[in-house]
Design a protein around this ligand. Structure first.
Ligand code: 3UK
Length: 549
């Protein structure tokens, strides 16, 4: 096999020899000229050429005396750092021993958020293999596409998700390397019991791929984004350090799946990095999350805007006084939701935009730095600007394409769409943003969701924010619907709060209400009523479904 050519997109890429004997990931990285520029501008982002992120996380935590502290809490069990480490090490032995995997092999992972799922993900990385986590709600066909694209070698799957996994069309060799955990007779646990309790981390290069995360994109076939051991450390050393200011006394809780990088970072990697506690719970609802915050005395919460919006009116039924910081990401935080959360809890929401391609949050603000309506400023370590349609930077007050660069960036697994995401070294997230004179970034819409009606540009989220302030509106999604006369018209899809009924009168009322708050030409000329909005497992509104209804 030939040496990879994609080892350096910039002079700062580490050049340590790969530990991977299976070179699939390296050979499927995009060509170097298609990579974004990578920047390591902070002292804490200088990583050594050899780095295994799980070894690094645990060495740091244990050196800080975390051994007897609780690392993860699930519904039925808690593990200290020392106990979690032992689970990880036994699983790593299973992978490299009985399962016969080699470094660089891909392991598909499936499970709800719980301590065992966390141990499995970390074990795959520690063993020098590549984790391919999958969302619990994915069906056999989608799983088959991911398994095929990542050419997976083995599967670790929660027993509760077994039926769907067994329906996936997999090569016999992979089927033979499928282990189940968390059930009455877990084949993984049985093998773990026979393994030594300690495993020496595989001495990976900082730029060995350790994670292939598939996008939770709302359109198109999923894209696999490839991330290095170094990238995992970089996200821990950016947002949680400078914006969140997390500490070992923190207790992290929230909803995003560990298979979504928002959840992997916020609910597992970030707490481990500082020796804090991660609470991992399955199937949370707004009520049960509030209850869990009370029960576990959580201090940091990660979830999507809609969850906060639903939790706000219920918050006074629970003692959530332990909460210090709440992070909203995944989609735009309407100002109306920020305000109702503040009224209900006294907390200033930390909004942050992240992307699977960049692993985690790159623009955000906390505390005094928050400017309502803005997402925030680039997280230290990242740079951002707004580009016009020709790729030239534009100044304050002009809407354009958000462009970002920093220590992490887009590298799709064998995907032509790499060319769409990276332009002149910048990552283009697909979002329409605007900057102000102080360098704050304001989300407007997805670039392809901008509504153009009778020559006006209208951002759906602005109309949504206006509607959400009406007492009858629980949730809403605004799209452009093709219209002969105007090109597009603004169409709102509204879910009413209990006790309100759809009627022509209400429609007229909502339209007047919007006109009273924002420029009247933005009002929704059509309003449809739904009982629920179509959303992804990661909490994103599926606007294309509203358009095709
Ligand atoms: C949108 C936001 C406005 C935006 C993610 C935090 O969402 C994450 O990753 P995805 O790949 O989607 C990326 C896209 O989602 N978005 C996310 N956050 C915000 N829009 N305000 C926000 N605060 O369109 C972006 O391009 O699913 C979020 C951490 C890790 C993640 N992967």
């Amino acid at each position: 096999m030939t040496r990879p050519t994609a080892s350096s997109a910039s002079a700062s890429v580490a050049n340590g020899d790969s530990a991977h004997t299976d070179r699939f990931a390296r050979e499927h990285l995009p060509p170097p000229e298609q990579w974004p520029e990578l920047r390591f501008d902070l002292p804490e982002l200088q990583y050594p050429p050899r780095l295994n992120c799980v070894a690094e996380l645990f060495d740091g935590a244990l050196a800080g005396g975390a051994g007897e502290r609780v690392a993860v809490r699930g519904e039925h069990l808690s593990w200290t750092y020392a106990q979690l480490l032992e689970q990880i090490d036994r699983i790593a032995h299973v992978l490299r021993g009985p399962l016969g995997l080699e470094a660089g092999n891909r392991v598909l992972l499936r499970g709800a958020n719980n301590p065992m799922m966390a141990a499995c993900v970390l074990a795959v990385l520690k063993a020098g293999c590549i984790a391919v986590p999958t969302m619990p709600l994915l069906r056999a066909r989608e799983l088959g596409a991911i398994a095929g694209k990542a050419e997976i070698n083995a599967v670790l799957c929660a027993d509760g998700l077994r039926a769907e996994m067994e329906a996936v069309d997999l090569p016999a060799a992979v089927r033979a390397k499928t282990l189940w955990f968390g059930g009455a007779d877990g084949t993984l646990e049985a093998l773990m019991a026979q393994q030594p309790a300690s495993f020496d981390a595989v001495d990976t290069a900082a730029d060995d791929v350790c994670l292939i995360s598939f996008t939770s994109g709302t359109t198109g076939i999923p894209k696999g984004t490839m991330h290095f051991h170094r990238d995992v450390m970089a996200i821990c050393d950016c947002f949680p350090r400078s914006v969140l200011a997390s500490q070992r006394s923190d207790v992290f809780i929230g909803t995003p799946p560990l298979a979504f990088t928002f959840g992997l970072g916020g609910l597992l990697l970030f707490p481990l990095r500082v020796g804090a506690t991660a609470v991992l719970l399955e199937k949370l609802t707004p009520e049960t999350l509030l209850k869990a915050i009370e029960q576990y005395r959580a201090t940091v919460c990660f979830t999507a805007p809609t969850f906060y919006r639903q939790m706000a009116p219920l918050a006074d039924k629970y003692d959530i006084g332990s909460l210090l910081k709440t992070v909203s990401a995944g989609e735009a935080l309407p100002l109306a939701t920020r305000e109702s959360w503040r009224q209900a809890t006294g907390l200033a929401m930390i909004d942050g935009i992240g992307a699977t391609e960049l692993l985690h949050i790159f623009i955000s603000a906390a505390g005094e730095q928050i400017r309502p309506g803005a997402t925030g400023k680039p997280v230290p370590g990242y740079q951002a600007c707004i580009l016009d349609y020709d790729g030239n930077p534009v100044g304050p007050g002009v809407i354009g394409r958000l462009a970002v660069k920093g220590p992490t960036g887009c590298r799709y697994l064998a995907d032509e769409r790499q060319r769409d995401y990276v332009l002149n070294g910048w990552n283009l997230t697909g979002d329409a943003y605007e900057m102000d004179a102080d360098g704050y970034f304001y989300y407007r819409s997805r670039t392809d969701d901008m509504i153009i009606s009778a020559g006006y540009n209208i951002a759906g989220p602005e109309v949504e924010d206006a509607l959400l302030r009406h007492p009858a509106v629980a949730e809403c999604g605004v799209i452009g619907r093709a219209d002969e006369e105007r090109g597009q018209i603004v169409e709102a899809h509204v879910v009413l709060k209990p006790g309100h009924e759809a009627s022509p009168e209400l429609t007229a009322q909502l339209q007047e209400f919007v006109k009273g708050q924002i420029a009247p030409y933005k009002y929704p000329r059509a309003i449809r009523y739904l009982t629920a909005l179509p959303r992804t497992e990661t909490g994103k509104l599926q606007r294309f479904k509203l358009r095709t209804e």
